[in-house]
Every structure is written in structure tokens, then in C-alpha cells.
Design a protein around this ligand. Sequence first.
Ligand code: PMP
Length: 326
Amino acid sequence: MTTHRRPLENVLDTVGETPLMRVQASPDGVDVYAKLESFNPGASVKDRIGTYMLEQMLERGEVAEGGTIIEPTAGNTGIGFALAAKQLGLDAVFVVPERFSVEKQTLMRALDADVVNTPTEAGMGGAVNRAHELAEEFDDAVVPQQFANPLNVEAHYELTAPEIYDALDGEVGAVVAGCGTAGTLMGLTEYALEQDSDTYITAVEPEGSFYARTKGADVDESEYKIEGIGTHDLTTNQLFHPELVDTIEQVSDRDAHDELKRLAREEGHLVASSAGAASVAAQRVARRIADGDIDAPHDTVVTVFPDSSERYLSKGIYGSYEEWEG
Ligand code: PMP
């Protein structure tokens, strides 16, 4: 458990240093560890990029105090950026496709940000375009653009990865992470491959998403309920480097949903669908290491549980599979 022995000055001081927890369902002989990112102040992994990216952009003069950031986001990034923006003297506007959870949009507004919705059919690409249009209407606005900004990857390279390696004394055999922007996976991957070029790297996405196409898989487009990972428009996802990734695991909505419910029931983790998918994929990789099908440098698999299920209760996340709206 993270302990803060001295009083902290600012909520941003509580970003990061999240627990790394062994998943009890790990197969014999191979341990799966999950970084519990709901322990961040805005309750998701995106508090890391909110703080890191805005601090760096201010330092580099890409935005000045009193300016505005405008960002397309599924929600968690909005919360992370809103938290950081307020503390760093910036205003925030978020462009959110309608299908994303109402709790996230309520939290962004509570953190003093403005929210603009775009049609679900226009996808994340539609939100990106609208954010750039809006930025034209302000004198001093900047679009951090988490889908294309290398600072997103750098945040995880500088913060998330060293925390994991410290916790495991460097003994990481495989990295498994869901890909939305792919910032988390790519930051962990760059760091991991520097430590040991044999570290086995796995990207996770929902069935029906297109990342697998980058490895030549013949993927039919379909909608999915898992929230926060996957893409239907690879031109948006400019951070993903398939050549660094050994495999792409596609997880069905049903498997992710079964697993997030199991994680709550059996292990006490109140995590959402992208964590369910990550956990399923991490256990697949762990089983292959245990069976000798993957030659990883250590018998450990690390994954990330990006956020909390509380953010999706209105979507029936703990209901039956049919009740869950995703
Ligand atoms: N899970 C959730 C719930 C998210 O909001 C996100 C960010 N879209 C991710 C996973 C994926 O993180 P990344 O953007 O770093 O790939």
C-alpha cells in the first residue's frame, strides 16, 4: 500500500505509485501481476498522462498558464486532464463521443471542465476532428492529442514502467496491456525492451477491433461493449508500433465481462471491462509460458487494470451479459 508520510501539497502529488497486485487466478508456476490504476486520484490510468503531458507542455511553452486544452477523449483522459489542468492554471474542454459513460462526463464537469458530445457513429475520429475545429475558435487553445502525442507514451515510460520494474526487482517476463491510444502499452514496451529485448509483448483489444490487422490478421469489423480499448480507424492511433509487439490478443465482450465479475467476486477488485480483457489475455499468455509455448525471460506477466467499475454502474456492468450496455 502506498503510504504518504508527509502531508502533500496538491492532488497531483497523489498520481502514480499505484499498487502492483498478484492476480490469484495465475496459472501454476507463472505469476500474473496487475497494476491497479484506479488508485489514482481521478481513479484511472489516465491521471498519469494528464499530469505528465500538461506539465511537459507548459515547460516546453506549447501552452501557457491561462490557456485552454481541448481534447478528444472516451472519458478517463478527460478526468485526468481536467484534474491536472485546474491545478496547473489551464482551462479544459473535452470532446466525447455520445456512447461513453455518463459518469465520466459528470466527473469531468465536476472538475470544472466543459464537455462537448459528438455522434457515436462518427467514432473517435469524429471527436478528434471536432476538437481541432474547436481549437481554431480559441486564441490560446491547444489539442494535446493523446492519440498522436509521444508524451503519452513517455508518461508510461517515465512513470508506470519504472514502478513495475522496481516492484518486481526487474523480473518481468511478459507485458500485456489493452490498447486504446496504445500509450500505456508502448511506454511499457519501450522500457521493457531496453531492460531485456526478449520480454514478450502482447497488445489486447476487443474482438471486432482493428489493431490485429497490423499483424496481418483478417479481422471483420464488429461493434464491442468493452470500453476504452480497440479501434475502428487505425489512422487515429498513431502511437502503436506493431513491430515491437509479439502478439495481439483479441478478447470477446463475454469473456471480458465474465472476468471482471469474477475479479470482483473472487478477488475483490472493482475493475471495468478493459481490465477484464487485460486479465483474460494476461492469463492466456501466462498459460502459454507455463506450457513452454512462449520462451519468456522470467515466469512473470505484468498487466494493467486501467480503471474502476463504479464508473460504469449506470451501464449495468454487474448485470447479466445481456443487461450490460457496454
Ligand atoms: N482502459 C480504459 C478504461 C481507458 O479509458 C483507456 C484509455 N482509452 C485504456 C484502457 C487504454 O489506455 P491507452 O489509451 O493508454 O491505450
